[in-house]
Design a protein around this ligand. Structure first.
Ligand code: NAD
Length: 267
């Protein structure tokens, strides 16, 4: 049904742009009350809030740097003050700091690990604490809570020039699976979405010119670059009871990018 997340509260990190924005809108359209986390762009976050409200769902913007323990804890406190609890975490915030390995600074390495991996740990830990405190609300969902980590095809595809990013997503893969193994008996479902190439600010140079888009399309057997709505729809399904038996897995949403497209027509 259209409002399959009615009554549930979804907290989306990095929701003022890109995939997080798309997921926030999709969750709102599915009837969830949405916490729109942002790091610095309050105006953009507020626009997302207004758009969700116009669609008939509740929303609030909350600032926090997901790599900072005190800020993540304050964000969850504020979310609970506002909506009473949280049922769905979509841990989406992520950054790139690209450099050839031999030129990569410790700061570039550390920033990416702090946001993409430590941020995932901090947000998942607070969410799990709240899910366990509250328990299952059978009227709303079969699970006590759902954690969705925004990973990447680079949790499996190595990426020259982006070793910090690939390491953060590869680490996230086993963080997600370990959390899924550990939290299952609380009826907390934990999964990842691994997007391929989705049109957002993070990879603008990879799709903004026709030449760049052509190069990118060679990596996508299905023949189109992804849209944030492609991820939003999957996130809503994964958070819903329709996916109640999906646990501890990565759902690739990549138009076939992980199918070794270099082998097409190659012998
Ligand atoms: P984006 O840059 O639009 O989104 C990233 C968001 O994270 C931004 O809103 C940013 O403000 C937020 N953020 C950054 N640092 C933060 C911090 N310290 N605390 C809180 N928020 C912070 O790019 P996107 O493509 O929408 O990326 C979203 C997620 O999707 C990332 O985890 C990225 O790795 C992943 N991803 C994207 C693609 C793609 O093709 N766009 C592919 C695979 C995975």
């Amino acid at each position: 049904s259209a409002k399959r997340l009615a009554g549930q509260v979804a907290l989306i990190t990095g929701a003022s742009s890109g995939i997080g924005l798309g997921v926030a809108l999709a969750m709102g359209a599915a009837g969830a009350s949405v916490v729109v986390n942002y790091r610095s762009d309050a105006a953009a976050a507020q626009q997302v809030v207004e758009q969700i409200r116009r669609g008939g769902s509740q929303a609030v913007a909350i600032e926090a740097d997901v790599s900072k323990e005190d800020e993540v804890q304050a964000m969850f406190r504020q979310a609970k003050e506002h909506f009473g609890t949280v049922h769905i975490l979509v841990s989406n915030s992520g950054i790139q700091q690209d450099a050839p390995l031999i030129d990569m600074t410790l700061e570039q390495w550390q920033q990416v690990i702090d946001v993409n991996l430590t941020g995932q740990f901090l947000c998942a830990r607070e969410a799990a604490r709240e899910f366990i405190r509250r328990g299952i609300e059978p009227r709303l969902s079969k699970a006590a809570g759902k954690i969705i980590c925004m990973s990447s095809v680079h949790e499996t595809i190595p990426w020259a020039g982006h070793a910090n990013y690939a390491a953060s997503k590869g680490g996230l893969m086993l963080l997600m699976k370990s959390m899924a193994q550990e939290l299952a008996h609380y009826k907390i479902r934990v999964n990842s979405i691994a997007p391929g190439a989705i049109k957002t600010p993070i990879n603008q140079e990879a799709w903004e010119t026709p030449e760049a888009a052509d190069r990118l399309l060679k990596l996508i057997p299905y023949g189109r670059i992804g849209e944030t709505e492609d991820i939003g729809k999957v996130a809503v399904w994964l958070a819903s009871d329709e996916a109640d038996y999906v646990h501890g897995t990565t759902l690739y949403v990549d138009g076939g990018m992980t199918l070794y497209p270099g082998f097409i027509g190659n012998g």
